[in-house]
Ligand binder design. Structure first.
Ligand code: ZN
Length: 265
């Protein structure tokens, strides 16, 4: 087995004006504030550093009414990660909040599911509700990378590197994939949007932006099966992540959490 990886969640943006009915199919009987945080993730050991998702930039934040807290490049720099040196970027899915900042990783390969690229360039995008969370600039930027020879397609579950595998979950989008990582606490799973909030998966209350509800519910089970413990499944947008896991460093509290340590009591 490879050296265990360190895993970091970098919060870069927030959607404050959101209530619980917007985050669950069927709404919420106790509708109250339910903000979403936006993250990218860093997976590294002494042999390699992998970035999971690329976030969005200031222009997209303004266009979508989201608050950009810290540009993604600055968050990476705070961990000593040089984007220009990154060789592998995993894109969990092509939604605007996961696939922007197109020029941040000038030499990286981008790892994507076949099903996701087909979904965001095909018939599904003729439907406004399915198209809404995709941005045409993000999709066309990925097509340009494809023609630059910088996209690696995966069909289903695959190993990205020793101790890092990607898993086709579907549900939220057709090609939604999660990442399983070997850490000192065992197998940790970055769900990304296979589970937006802890409550989506723990209470079987699916998030309403969804391609296939059955696959989303099945995906919640798969995430827990892939992880060594339930608390090692990390949802994609839950503000509780920064509370449950320790800060990467004291000066990064409220910005970057260290997921392979803790959780804090
Ligand atoms: Zn998302």
């Amino acid at each position: 087995m490879t050296t265990p990886y360190e895993v970091y969640a970098i919060r870069y943006a927030r959607h404050e004006a959101r209530t619980a009915r917007m985050n669950f199919i069927g709404g919420d009987a106790h509708d109250g504030p339910s903000p979403l945080d936006f993250f990218v993730w860093v997976v590294r050991n002494d042999e390699r550093t992998i970035v999971v998702d690329t976030g969005f930039d200031a222009a997209t934040a303004a266009a979508r009414g989201r608050a950009l807290l810290t540009p993604v490049g600055e968050g990476l720099a705070a961990l000593g990660v040089d984007p220009a040196a990154i060789e592998d970027v995993m894109v969990t899915h092509m939604h605007y909040d996961h696939a922007g900042n197109h020029d941040l990783f000038p030499t990286a390969r981008y790892h994507l599911q076949d099903a996701e690229m087909a979904f965001c360039t095909g018939r599904a995008m003729t439907h406004a509700p399915l198209r809404h969370a995709y941005g045409a600039p993000d999709v066309t930027a990925m097509v340009e990378k494809l023609f630059d020879g910088r996209v690696v397609f995966h069909a289903g579950d695959d190993e990205l590197a020793p101790g890092v595998s990607l898993h086709l979950i579907g549900g939220h989008t057709a090609g939604m994939q999660a990442v399983r990582i070997w850490t000192r606490r065992g197998w940790l799973v970055l769900a990304s949007d296979a589970a937006h909030l802890y409550a989506n998966m723990d209470e079987a209350r699916p998030f309403p932006i969804v391609h296939d509800v059955a696959a989303m519910l099945e995906g919640h089970r798969t995430l827990k099966r892939l992880a060594s413990a339930d608390d090692l499944v990390v949802p994609g947008h839950d503000p509780a992540v920064l509370a449950r896991f320790p800060a990467a460093r004291a000066d990064l509290a409220g910005h970057i959490a260290r997921l392979d340590e803790g959780p804090v009591a």
